[in-house]
Design a binder for this molecule. Structure first.
Ligand code: AMP
Length: 407
């Protein structure tokens, strides 16, 4: 059995999974884990084995290299280290691929430099992704490393949705356009939906709703992206756990002029202190739901804004798609929160959406339909698995690299 190590490196954390790229969506990874609070006094490494056994080690983790090496040692002590298994690739999640990367890339020094060049477009994400790449390449130099970009799927957005109505010269000089994010997830679940409908992806028109802590919507026509809610950065679109989503850009000027706020403060305000959390104080929908039950007015307001914004995008995407075959919910909130799904699609029978309230209440880890069988627009819940998608793409690139004699 061959495996891919999938790494998602953040500024103070590294998430990892060792995945069978030929496995199924719901297969548990061979081993998964999280290195957290890198660079702080109280760090921790959590490793979960396939059988469910969890190992937690609390220690100071000065940097990414130390954290990843220690995680590999813990894995090796349990016979699932990188040299204990047939590791065919290391797949790295990279948030921003800019205009240059429409496909996953075998990482060589030149590609690493190009990812570095993209830092101005994703100052919050790409530097950490790059740290992970450098550290992992140094520790595992003989294995192909592949960068899989969150933006790639949306590289094919048509100009009318990819470009903003702002001054052309400024936009091209500074690479300002809609890049879109969560692309690996939207692509993965849209392909699954085509399977569920027993059609080719290029026959299906669909709306995919990735509702996690970050959230985005996509309109996909004939297997290709037509529009998506995130933009130059992941801040745009739907109201999210801690991000505002779409706001009047004039609010930023207002905050600069009237509140004397600096750019970084506004960045933090809109990315980390807004969205559902900014209104209710919490970003976890399980807690939000309890607060709503306890009649907390801020929680209720936060939820209503979230649903309103979601319905706005669903409506807009139905019109730009013309014909819609399916609407699909995925990620933490989309897969688990029955009320979000019901409220997002409430009272839309006249648009061909016949929501099945009973089916919606069924809890399952499997992909499932939650519209009535005769509903013209089918509604699905499809668990996403970005790690598996990254593993599959990485395995394919690694195989080509081997065939080309590079490894
Ligand atoms: P993700 O970013 O896809 O991991 O989603 C994380 C978010 O999903 C959390 O912040 C919660 O708001 C939400 N979530 C996870 N599990 C549940 C659940 N059982 N019910 C409602 N929301 C959930």
């Amino acid at each position: 059995m061959s495996y891919v190590l999938v790494l998602n490196s953040g500024s103070s954390s590294i998430k990892f999974q060792v995945v069978d790229p030929h496995g199924h969506t719901n297969d548990a990874p061979l081993v998964s884990g999280l290195v957290e609070q890198i660079g702080e006094h109280s760090g921790a490494i959590n490793v979960t084995l396939r059988g469910g056994e969890e190992i937690r080690e609390e220690l100071e983790i000065p940097d990414h290299t130390y954290g990843l090496e220690r995680a590999f040692e813990i894995m090796a002590a349990n016979k699932v280290g990188p040299t204990d298994v047939d590791l065919i690739a290391v797949g790295h999640r990279v948030v921003h691929g800019g205009i240059v990367f429409s496909e996953p890339q075998l990482i060589v020094d030149e590609i690493e430099a190009m990812i570095e060049d993209l830092i101005p477009l994703a100052p919050l994400h790409n530097p950490a992704n790059l740290d992970g790449i450098r550290v992992a390449r140094a520790i595992l130099p003989d294995i192909p490393h592949i960068a899989v970009f969150d933006t790639s799927f949306f590289h094919a957005l048509p100009p009318a949705s990819a470009l903003y109505a702002i001054n052309n010269e400024v936009a091209s000089k500074y690479d300002i356009r809609r890049y879109g994010f969560h692309g690996t997830s939207h692509e993965f679940i849209s392909q699954k939906v085509a399977q569920l409908l027993d059609k080719d992806p290029d026959e299906v028109n669909q709306i995919t709703l990735h509702l996690g802590n970050g959230a985005s919507a996509a309109a996909i026509r004939h297997g290709r992206p037509l529009d998506t809610s995130m933009g130059l950065t992941p801040l745009a679109g739907l109201a999210m756990g801690t991000r505002s989503g779409d706001i009047d850009p004039g609010i930023i000027f207002h905050l600069v002029r009237q509140a004397g706020m600096k750019v970084d403060e506004i960045d933090t305000l809109l990315n980390k202190q807004s969205g559902v959390k900014g209104i209710s104080g919490v970003n976890d929908f399980r807690v939000l739901r309890e607060m709503i039950r306890a009649e907390d007015q801020d929680a209720w307001l936060a939820y209503n804004i979230y649903i309103h914004q979601l319905r706005r995008f669903i409506g807009a995407y139905m019109i730009i798609l013309g014909r819609v075959d399916a609407i699909t919910f995925t990620a933490g909130v989309g897969e688990n929160d029955t009320e979000v799904r019901q409220d997002a699609l409430f009272n839309l029978e006249m648009y061909g959406i016949k929501f099945d309230k009973e089916a919606n209440l069924v809890r399952s880890k499997e992909a499932r339909m939650i519209s009535t069988p005769d509903s013209p627009v089918k509604v699905f819940v499809v668990p996403t698995n970005e790690e598996l998608a990254i593993a599959r793409k990485s395995a394919a690139v690694a195989e080509s690299a081997r065939e080309a004699g590079l490894y």
